[in-house]
Structure formats: structure tokens, C-alpha cells
Design a protein around this ligand. Sequence first.
Ligand code: SF4
Ligand code: SF4
Length: 174
Amino acid sequence: MSTFLEDVNEKIGGVPIQACYHCRKCTAGCPLAFAMEYNPNKVIKMIQMGMKDKVLNSSTIWLCASCETCVTRCPNNVDIARMMDVLRETAIEEKIEPKEKNIRKFHEAFLASIKSGGRINEPMMIVNYKLKSGDYFSDMAMGMNMFMKGKIKLFSPRTKDMKSVRQIFKSTSK
Ligand code: SF4
Ligand code: SF4
């Protein structure tokens, strides 16, 4: 039977996370490390130590925004953003409910938007998220502010290569 470390490495498919020598450059550059339960390099350490339950139950894997700052800073090319993706998908497969309220519903709304247009359609994603979460008013003032400043676009054109997008979703769905 394979270990948690072996499973994660296989799903990442690139540089194995044992390549990490804990220099903490990833954590120093991560814009969300301040809010995380465990820093990105600590998550690597925990995987190396086989602490599967703690890792999959942590809020860290759901707070990662996949910005890839850590990936560009890592001297050993460890793909932490991909690793966080793998951990989120593993948590979903194992039916582990995230600690962060509604974050899974946001994750699903985000993926639904990508699936339908190949890129984010902000109004569609917001409506989808609000319907799923039932949280209709909490960010209304911020949303209006962002819209007035042009940070939320009413229309987002679909990507031209929808065939590739469909293939990616088909190849990754179970
Ligand atoms: S930057 Fe790379 S080597 Fe350094 S702690 Fe992060 S993952 Fe490990
Ligand atoms: S991809 Fe995630 S872990 Fe890496 S810097 Fe961005 S938010 Fe932090």
C-alpha cells in the first residue's frame, strides 16, 4: 500500500516534494500565509511525515489562491500550487468538509464558470456562488465598489478553444 507522500507525489506528477529543503522562500512570498493554519512549507513537512488527516482537514489547502508565487520563488521547482490542488481534490474525494464556511461552494462555482466558458465569468460565478451558499448580501457593498472601479466585468468572452477545455474536464472527471 502506498504512503500519503507517494500518493501526493504521483498526483503532482513533477518534482517530488522531497526536493524541498525548507528554505521557506515559498512561505515568505505567499500572500495568504498570514491567514493560513499551516504555512506552505509546513504542509510539505507534514506530508513528508505522513500527517494525512491534519493536512486534509486544515484550512490552508482551501485558502491557497493558486497564485503560483511560491512556485516561481522555489529554488527546487517544487510545485506547491499543484500540490494544494491535489490536496483539495483528495479532501473532496474523501468527503472531508472544509473548515472554511462555504469555501467548497466557491470552489465549485469557480470550476463551473471555467467549464462553461474556459475562463472566469465573474457575474455568472457570483450568482452561482450566492445561490449555492444562500449568502446573498454579505459582500454586496464590496461587490458594488469593485464593479464601479471596473474590477468586475459584466461580460467575459468565452475562450476560442472550448474543445480543449472540455477535454481537460473529461480527462480529470471520475
Ligand atoms: S521554496 Fe521550495 S525548497 Fe524552499 S521551503 Fe518552499 S518548497 Fe521548500
Ligand atoms: S499558490 Fe497558494 S501557497 Fe502558493 S503563494 Fe499562492 S496562495 Fe500561497
